[in-house]
Write a protein that binds this ligand. Structure first.
Ligand code: IVH
Length: 673
């Protein structure tokens, strides 16, 4: 090859490397997985070695401290590190408070106070202190399991090595944010795109001496597992943190009403650029720990806290085209391809149009000039159309009546709850029959919350699909590695890595397995409920073998919609085939009985009628917290029927005839004491 051509090839790779880097570090949305990223880096470096005239300031050989290391030991968090739900408006906050009050049954005299804490945009860490000594420091990881970055955290001056105060708990995970001040970031601009990346990159260096060079800060704001913590509000906890020698956010405030939350929000947002660290919103936490405990968590976020994000950035652009994407459940999502526009430092070229109804309501057309909004990590969307600038010849957008992938009819389901047609139009085929749905199903199967297979990202799934290497989930476990090794961009090492990560995932929990199947309406939470109740894949499969789905009716939290969806899933012969083949290659671990040390262990409960001063959700969560389970039918298997005001007589009568114990609220609560 002549030098010019080599240089051209090299520059193309550098450009791609920059793009990957930007998506990984700036946008936090990697385009490729680590293996592919590393491969490209190696290709560039080896080209440079071969041809010494090749040089570029953005070459991976020049950029130091960019890519975090993968060498850290994984450690389970004793208490999961949760994430937070988002609020964007006053209305969202009003709803947040309403939900809390409902859960707490609108009890009189409730003292709803919030701890309002500016949300620092850094990297969260959990620091375990035992007998006053800092022992282990973990990154958040996936919330359940983090990386052991103790040595690096020890280099941070804000983290005390030892706390000698008398009232410091015997054991506690102090949690907070590691970040870099904007003033310190100035000197790091050439190495990192923004302060958050700088914090993340330096915190995950192999050599703690590298971490030490960066002036990282730590602000504490919550805790995980604890033994001997004696505080009853977040406000007191924050005070204690200061006493113990931790830094807390100087802008934290205790606030009572939504109106005052909004006032504080507007004030802080105005000051945002004068603060020496990046904040992307305000976290509100219910101040009272008793209320926090009563409220508990949903899937992976607490009910008692929310992040109020700062207002979105927006920009004007033009719609070049409208494309239809097909999701794994067949939903047709229209996406506007827009003229690239820079919104808040990010180049946006796609904006979601949500669904057919949204396009009709806003009458969005190809060629229209539109206002685009981008808020935090939410997908950019079209806010409005500038009708004055509309081309007179433009035509209404016709939403496809047939699936653009498989040609099946598209349908709108009738929603029995809202008694209306769904806004979303779907492909009517059953899943693997539609190519686009099938690829999406496989992407879901390997995704983080499901099988979480390292090195098998979305792009690779698509690539393998096109090469006929993967058509169904079971194909993942029978890959033709020899063929893959011969593919462009793959080598011995990367294939060995892929094989290793796939083999590791051949043993999987029943809960993750159900979720991975991607059955419509069976998300993380429902998969968890089913796995807790059915316990094993064998029981799940036998639902269909015996054509007996009745046992699902008894599972609290699983409704008609979910049951119908499961029945539909089993009706499809391809699904049955996928299941059969997966059973052959996988070990699906049975669900172990969870926490059995509660007083309601092994006991089943059912409610009828309204409990005085307690919402149904709180009552259920109290039973679960104490290892009991809830059923939704009166059968012989029911241990206790708890009767409130205006109960259903039939339930009470059946319970009596089956000798089920009947309790009122106060005798039930006495069992707890
Ligand atoms: S509390 C269960 N408090 O926000 C409560 N988080 O989306 C979860 N964050 O990963 C954490 N400032 O990195 C909490 N004052 C604050 C925070 C804060 C920033 C980050 C944290 C967490 C994310 C939650």
């Amino acid at each position: 090859m002549i030098d010019e051509k080599i240089n051209q090839k090299y520059l193309e790779k550098i450009k791609l490397f920059q793009k990957f880097n930007k998506h990984y570090y700036n946008l936090n949305k990697p385009l490729v997985d680590d293996t592919e990223f590393d491969r490209l880096k190696l290709e560039i470096i080896s080209l440079e070695k071969k041809h010494n005239f090749l040089k570029h300031k953005n070459s991976p050989s020049n950029i130091v401290g960019f890519k975090p290391s993968k060498i850290f030991k994984k450690v389970k968090h004793k208490t999961a590190m949760l994430s937070l739900g988002n609020a964007f408006s006053e209305e969202d906050l009003v709803n947040f408070e309403k939900k809390i009050l409902n859960f707490l049954n609108n009890e009189q005299g409730l003292n709803i106070e919030y701890s309002a804490e500016p949300k620092i945009d850094g990297i969260s860490a959990s620091l375990l202190f035992k007998d006053g000594k800092f022992v282990t420091g973990l990154s958040r990881g996936d919330g359940k399991e983090g990386e052991d970055i103790t040595e690096n955290l020890k280099t941070i001056k804000d983290i005390p090595n030892e706390v000698k105060s008398k009232n410091f708990p015997k054991e506690i995970d102090i949690r907070g944010e590691v970040f870099i001040q904007n003033s310190d970031f100035k000197d790091l601009r050439n190495k990192f795109a923004n302060p958050r990346n700088a914090a993340s990159g330096s915190l995950r260096q192999k050599d703690p001496r590298e971490t030490e060079k960066i002036p990282l800060k730590f602000i504490a704001y919550t805790f995980g597992y604890e033994k001997g913590l004696k505080v009853s509000t977040q406000e007191d906890y924050l005070k204690k943190l200061k006493e113990w020698g931790f830094k807390t956010n100087p802008l934290n405030k205790k606030i009572k009403t939504v109106k005052d939350l909004m006032k504080n929000y507007n004030e802080v947002e105005k000051k945002r650029d004068q603060i020496n660290f990046d904040i992307d919103g305000i976290v509100y936490k219910i101040n009272d720990f008793v209320l926090q405990k009563r409220l508990g968590n949903v899937a992976n976020a607490p009910r008692w806290a929310i992040a109020h994000k700062f207002s979105a950035n927006s920009g004007i652009s033009k719609i070049k085209n409208i494309e239809i994407q097909i999701g794994r459940t067949g939903a047709l999502t229209p996406v506007a391809k827009i003229k690239p526009v820079n919104i808040g430092g990010v180049v946006v070229s796609n904006a979601t149009l949500h669904n057919e109804e949204e396009i009709n309501r806003k009458d969005i057309r190809i060629g229209d000039t539109v206002l685009i909004e981008r808020a935090g990590d939410v997908i950019p969307h079209v806010i409005s159309v500038d009708l004055k600038l509309r081309d007179k010849k433009s035509q209404k957008f016709n939403f496809p009546k047939n699936c653009p992938s498989c040609g099946s009819k598209t349908i709108k389901d009738f929603n029995f709850t809202t008694k209306k047609e769904d806004a979303v139009r779907r492909c009517s085929s059953e899943g693997y029959e539609c190519e686009k749905m099938a690829v999406e199903k496989i992407k879901h199967f390997v995704s983080k919350e499901a099988f979480n297979i390292d090195g098998l990202g979305k792009k690779i799934v698509e690539n393998f699909w096109n090469l006929n290497l993967i058509k169904f989930p079971q194909d993942i476990f029978k890959l033709d590695y020899i063929k893959i090794e011969s593919l462009d961009g793959w080598g011995k090492q990367s294939v060995a890595n892929l094989k290793y990560s796939i083999n590791q995932k051949k043993t999987i929990s029943f809960e993750k397995f159900i979720y991975a199947l991607g059955i419509r309406h069976i998300g993380l939470e429902n998969a968890k409920i089913i796995s807790k109740n059915l316990k094993s894949l064998k029981n799940f499969v036998s639902l269909s073998k015996k054509n007996n789905f009745d046992s699902l009716i008894n599972i609290d939290g699983i409704g008609e919609t979910q049951i119908n969806s499961i029945i539909n899933f089993f009706k499809n012969s391809i699904n049955l085939d996928v299941l059969k083949n997966l059973e052959k290659v996988l070990i699906v671990k049975n669900t172990e009985d969870q926490k059995t040390d509660g007083v309601f262990n092994d006991k089943t409960f059912m409610f009828t009628g309204k409990l005085p001063n307690m919402s149904r959700s709180e009552a259920k969560s109290l039973i679960e917290q104490n290892s009991g389970s809830i059923v939704s039918n009166v059968t012989k298997k029911l241990d206790y029927l708890i009767v409130g005001e205006k109960p259903t007589n039939r339930k009470v009568e059946t319970a009596k005839s089956l000798n089920v114990k009947i309790l009122d609220k106060s005798s039930w609560l006495k069992m707890l004491k």
